[in-house]
Ligand binder design. Sequence first.
Ligand code: KIV
Ligand code: ZN
Length: 511
Amino acid sequence: MTDKIIIFDTTLRDGEQSPGYSMNTVEKMHLASQLEKLRVDVLEAGFPSSSEGDFESVQMIAKKIKSIEVAALARASKEDIDAAWGAIKEAANPRIHIVIATSDIHLQHKLKLNRDQVVARAVEAVTYAKRFTGNIEFSAEDGSRTDRNFLCRIFEAAISAGATTVNLPDTVGYAIPGEFTDLIKYIKGNTPNIGKAILSVHCHNDLGLATANTLAGINAGARQVEVTVNGIGERAGNTSLEEVVMALHTRRNYLSYFTEINTKEIYPSSHLLAMITGIPVQPNKAIVGANAFAHEAGIHQDGVLKNKTTYEIMEPAIIGLETNRLVMGKHSGRHAFRDRLRELGYDLPESDINHLFKKFKELADKRKEIVDEDLEMLVAEEILRVQDTYKLKYLNVTSGTATVPTATVQMEIEGKDEQKAGFGIGPIDATFNTIAEMAGSPSKLLNFSIDSLTGGTDAQGSVTVRLEEDGVQTLGKGNDPDIIVASAKAYINGLNRLQHLKRNSRSKKTS
Ligand code: KIV
Ligand code: ZN
């Protein structure tokens, strides 16, 4: 059996469908390109039958990403498979991923089918998909709570019908590592044709065991693992890509497997995802959290100064975490600017570079030093958010001890410039009231926080808002040296995300 572990990334499907993580098509394309650089083996781009927006973004990714496999999810129905194939057929190496639930709980309460009917549907779906491609993955949803013998039966049937990968999901994050090992060994020992397919595992983190279960799966014979960057995903998330990859890499003396992942792209991928979604990585997150390589206790610092290996099991550089930050300023030239963007993972066309360089010069006139976060913010605001419904054009706010706080806002709304003035109990309230009125948005502001990207009073203010409309929640993020402008940008970003969510709301959901 080969020791290569296939990394199947589902950040853009299972990850993106979780609350707060929705992305527009431009953002998805950037992330897909980054995942290609990271060298995941399979990129699951989405669930095309769930919405038109999803179909389009999967199709665009399939056209662009050529060096790795692109997969699309489908339930076990002809309509879903047609949609999946329609979206990925132009990929260099397309994969159709078919899912049907197999546990008795799901059969009785969700599908209202008996086991024979589920096997028949699975076989029919795989057989149908085979007319389009030989690269078919079959997933038994809620596999870890499925009767073992039934799992073996349905995997055997799916493989006979043409599935080349069979995936065992721990859909609700219920499994315990030793139990998961036993289950996989059982499947391997009792599914007669299992040798004709790759066995895969897909874990969720409800009990905080997703990585442990995934490693248990590998040890028991799984050769594909389904993961997401930063472990994003339904509820408590999916198995985190960086944890599994770095566990295999760091402990290769014990776990003798390998992946093709370019580990130096781990941190840039994590960072890009956090920046696009506006959801920061928790500081103590393994591998990519801000504290993952920080040594606070005196005794630890002393040890690290004497020899890093005393308290460091990995070098930060191995995951692409640069400890020497490059600072740019108003004298930095266009070449240095473009090169730095490239190093940060943005290989942009000349037209984008020209536009960004102008914005960079404007910012450098206001600030002495420009750091990487500033550059990334420029990319986020000027390039990734091009599909926005609302764009801030102008903001003027008056406030103080002897005046009613007033905001005058100019916004481009679906291509048309509009202007309005409004009041509030403070400058930010006045700004938000005016923007909300212009956008006609009934959304509620649930949360508002201000942080600074760097030190000093000329630092970029970084504002995060959480908005809710009709039960849908999203985050908005904005950065600017002026915190009122940063607040306006964050609020508008949140409104744009709500718009996007409403347009592309997935009518059909799968975990
Ligand atoms: O968690 C799950 O069961 C899934 C399947 C679609 C693989 O995401
Ligand atoms: Zn899942």
